[in-house]
Ligand binder design. Sequence first.
Ligand code: G4F
Length: 335
Amino acid sequence: MPKKTPKKALITGITGQDGSYLAEWLVEQGYEVHGFVRRVAIEDPDTRMHRIRHIADRLHLHTASLGSYPSLYKTIHRIQPDECYHLAAESFVSYSFEDEFTTINTNVNGVHYMLSSVLEGAPDCRFYFAASSEIFGRVTQVPQDETTPFHPRSAYGISKSAGYEMTRNYREAYGLHASCGILYNHESPRRGMEFVTRKISSHVARIKLGQIDTLQLGNLHAHRDWGHASDYVRAMWLMLQQDTPDDYVIATGQTHTVQAFCETAFDHVGLDWREHVKIDSRFYRPAEEHVLRGDASKAKRVLGWEQRIGFDELVREMVEADLKRYSRHDVAAAV
Ligand code: G4F
């Protein structure tokens, strides 16, 4: 029997948390996996490509810039992917308050260039866009689902709602198989240090190891619906396996406060969070979201998606991983 040609997948943002889990998943499923990386990542692989180091020999990496339509189009036309996952973005919400322009330019043009390049260069390719719960912003209903109106409250949220509308329009106007995942917060030991969960787990580990004494945080009462990134990338893949493209909320349906995350993390190492956590107004945001809690019933019903890792297990996994990293003083790998 002739050997079956593997399906080709292309991931933007392959060096990030979600990109690395998705690449692993697709390699396991037998895909030929391609990824766009920035030139700086190729020049400094130890720092910027550590999340995909263990599977690097099974990936096809291409330097392409999200800001350059010709570079995206040419590479997509050459690869002819069957599936394209657009994950790359300016993803830190706080940063979007400091520099709205970079966030809007990167995120809005990025998805527009990708959609157009796929439509022109590989029109049969299925397209996934990583939208975000931040598009709901000042919510009028809890939990939110695919019918909840958008009211984004940051340049980041606005950029993601524009990306969502652009993707929907390419689906409706040009017939592209394009889907959006409206993903709530998803974390893991591979999360960047700027996000609150990883900030907490890394500080808890270093406090336990006697390397530092305090953790400075902003709003402890903010609620988030936190899941595990490895569960969420499976949902992305499932969306592109459907005959009909559509949009889906991916969430756990449960919220916890930042304080609860702290308590669970400190408890895990036998410490009292109240003795180490200090409030620092620098980490408050000008506009904080209301309760973001997602209803993933549609994804469960249509895609058969289920969350496998719960909140306590997520927190424990993150703290354990940071304990290992910091006891080896392997700081580069922790960034
Ligand atoms: O961890 P965060 O920075 O994540 P945020 O803003 O919810 O956004 C993340 O999830 C979105 C939904 O999936 C994504 F679209 C987005 O790209 C990103 O992945 O902050 C979580 C909460 C906020 O309410 C923030 O005010 O934690 C609160 N917080 C309190 N102290 C802090 C801190 N956040 C950070 N980063 N640092 C603090 O010291």
